[in-house]
Design a protein around this ligand. Structure first.
Ligand SMILES: [Mg+2]
Length: 232
């Protein structure tokens, strides 16, 4: 099923994590902070990266629709409970998020790309996660910001999420391009809402489903040209 192509583009809405933000190094750094803190509390507590990853994965699998901060808190609680240290949860959650936000950076080509697009398009930011734009080096970049779980907004791929994007953009669905790295959330779901889509595919994967993105880019610097092509 090919997406809609051709026609004017008035708004471009972005996914956050792993699209504009290089989140993985920040998460890894924040988990290292927790591991170091736990070693400081109890040198015998060998909290491993596998423990932390397994606990996140199991909490996420139990309720993928839960707010991300809740998932992280419960995952850290389980990791600390492995060593009887769950009474340190509040301080460790605080340490995790302080490091996670301190270390989160936009990809190197993100800000120049946003600056280039700003004169031509309404730019929006719409995320399932908790990467608050202004805490992640993206303050003041967007005409609108939408966060799942704020004001009752459900997570992607809910149609209600994309209805909120359209309402914030204030234009017709086919005049919006959604840009993101997650095929199901950022291509299939916005396409179902009538938007055009650009899939950020840094790893060069095959399109994993029947919905064909209107464009595929392997770096953000290629987005302005891809959008110009879509509009012709
Ligand atoms: Mg993403």
């Amino acid at each position: 099923m090919p997406g809609y192509s051709g026609g004017v583009i008035r708004a471009v809405a972005f996914d956050a994590d792993e699209t504009l933000l290089d989140l993985r190094p920040a998460i890894e750094a924040a988990l290292e902070v927790v591991r170091a803190e736990v070693r400081g509390i109890d040198p015998a507590a060998e909290l491993s990266r596998d423990h932390l990853r397994d606990d996140w994965n199991s909490v996420f699998a139990e309720d993928p629709d839960a707010p991300v901060p809740h998932i992280r808190r419960e995952a850290l609680r389980r990791s600390l409970a492995r060593f009887g240290l769950e009474h340190h949860l509040d301080t460790q959650v605080e340490a995790f998020f302080a490091a996670r936000f301190r270390e989160t950076r936009p990809f190197p080509d993100a800000l120049a790309m946003l600056a280039e697009l700003r004169s031509s398009y309404v730019l929006g930011y719409a995320t399932n996660g908790n990467s608050i734009a202004e805490r992640c080096g993206l303050g003041g970049e967007f005409a609108f910001e939408l966060y799942a779980h704020q004001n009752g907004l459900p997570k992607k791929p809910s149609p209600a999420f994309f209805a909120a994007v359209l309402e914030a953009a204030g234009v017709d669905p086919h005049e919006v391009v959604y840009v993101g790295d997650n095929y199901r959330h950022d291509v299939e779901a916005p396409a179902a809402a009538g938007m055009r889509t650009v899939w950020v595919n840094r790893a060069g994967r095959e399109v994993p489903g029947a919905v064909v993105p209107d464009a595929v880019i392997d770096r953000l610097a290629h987005l302005p040209e891809a959008l110009a092509r879509l509009a012709t």
